[in-house]
Design a binder for this molecule. Structure first.
Ligand SMILES: Nc1ncnc2c1ncn2[C@@H]1O[C@H](COP(=O)(O)OP(=O)(O)OP(=O)(O)O)[C@@H](O)[C@H]1O
Ligand SMILES: [Mg+2]
Length: 240
């Protein structure tokens, strides 16, 4: 499913310090955004507001004023938005169960959910560790697991906060495949990164937070050929 978020008058301040004020912002459907800005300008804060994880100081999204009450108790607005943290949260369980727990409760049990979870793990090269406890994973492997977990729920909007910070080029490529697959199926993605790479090259629009505002410009990709070479993911009866 594709959704659009339309934010008005979005601002965040801590005491007297204004991080940003964004008069209007639209995200989706099928947007690929590279969110840039120096350390501390508020990129993570903006993503968390768009995911319903942080309350803005002012602003509405799709016509609703976003208060803490609205954020906590009227979650429908953010139901199809997934925020991918740079240090992802893991359940105290195996890799395969970490993926299964992301599925709706009604489809968590049973062979089909295991097959789907293994399929997702294969996309990020972690299939051979499927039944290991997630505590054995390195930082980069945890990021790959978190991406597979986000991919399997097929979110309308995926907000990726420095997803490639601890990944080598090969691992980044696995994540690029999953992000491209979501885009091909109508999801929107927003990526923050301090380096241009295969993921940011998927983006066609750039958001920059500077001078406490947001500038929107087309994103100039450096290596278009790389994107054309990405193998599409095979979808089958697994449902993803
Ligand atoms: N609870 C808080 N109280 C006061 N200031 C805060 C609080 N949470 C975040 N900040 C400040 O808000 C600013 C923006 O933080 P944020 O993490 O959004 O920046 P960022 O653009 O993601 O930076 P980076 O590139 O380093 O990830 C930072 O200066 C941070 O210290
Ligand atoms: Mg950040």
């Amino acid at each position: 499913m594709s959704i659009q978020l339309r934010a008005q008058d979005l601002s965040k301040r801590y005491d007297d310090r204004v991080l940003f004020h964004i008069p209007s912002l639209t995200l989706g459907p099928s947007d690929a955004i590279y969110l840039k800005g120096h350390n501390g300008v508020g990129k993570t804060t903006l993503l968390k507001i768009l995911a319903g994880l942080t309350t803005p100081s002012s602003g509405s999204i799709n016509g609703d004023e976003i208060s803490t009450f609205h954020r906590l108790f009227k979650r429908k607005l953010f139901r199809d938005v997934v925020y991918l943290h740079q240090s992802p949260y893991m359940f105290d369980a195996s890799l395969v169960d970490n993926i299964r727990y992301a599925l709706p409760v009604t489809s968590q049990k049973g062979l089909n959910s295991r097959t789907r979870a293994i399929h997702a793990l294969r996309q990020v090269g972690l299939e051979s560790l499927a039944d290991e406890h997630c505590s054995v994973l390195s930082g980069g492997e945890k990021q790959r697991l978190a991406m597979a977990r986000a991919w399997i729920v097929n979110p309308s909007i995926l907000l990726m906060d420095e997803p490639s910070a601890s990944l080598d080029i090969e691992s980044t490529q696995g994540i690029v495949c999953l992000a491209k697959d979501l885009l091909d199926r109508g999801s929107s993605i927003v990526i923050t990164s301090h380096q241009q790479n295969g993921l940011t090259n998927l983006c066609d629009t750039q958001w920059s937070i500077e001078n406490q505002g947001l500038t929107v410009t087309p994103h100039l990709r450096i290596i278009d050929e790389e994107i054309k070479q990405i193998e599409p993911i095979t979808h089958n009866i697994l449902g993803n």
